[in-house]
Design a protein around this ligand. Sequence first.
Ligand code: NI
Length: 239
Amino acid sequence: MELSLQTWPKVEDYLKTKNTIIIPIGSTEQHGPTGLIGTDYITAQKIAIEVGEKTNTMVAPPLCFGMAFHHMDFPGTITLKPSTMMLVLLDMIESCYTHGFKKFMFINGHGGNINPTATAFCEWKTKDTDTTLQLENWWRLPEVQAYEKIHFGDENGFHATCGEVALTMHLEKEAFKTIPKTQFKIERPKYSMPMAPKEFRKTFFDGRMASNPGLATSEHGAKLFEIAVDTISKKVSEL
Ligand code: NI
């Protein structure tokens, strides 16, 4: 049930019996030489829409931009500052709350979003409203990580991972037709986050972080999609 495909009377009707909304949040950023720039919002949005179908829950349009300043030395990345992202999330929550939404499930596709989202939740809670705010990072679900460990081992990595590239191969098959399948050597340089854009590129020259996305297949992506959707659907039902 996508919010953008409803009319306002339909949203009003929905709110008479249910006050849950799913909000996908992602990023527009480099994902290594063979990953899509839109990976993080595409994965979050598609998982969210499927979870919405399964649980009969309203799904907001995705926040396609996140906190990704460390990827800014790679072309294509569009970032929000941490403070901007927090304010955008607060405005989104406030808008939905004004209409009567009380339970919020944020489905996230990007690690850099975790801190600004947690801060936005804290800021909102200072108002002491009767809202439930929950953040689920699909790639951090134990069920997802267990699958990745079996199939990708320690080549999954931390950015442009096998898992996220596999998931987008399943969701956006057309886009991968023109991307050559390449195996990558894994390097594990020392680093600590947060990193400035130049620092990041100097450390991770092609944008990957200890991953070999050459192991990704759309079949793995289909399985990961199913696992993430099933696991988050249960959490939405329990909200
Ligand atoms: Ni990503």
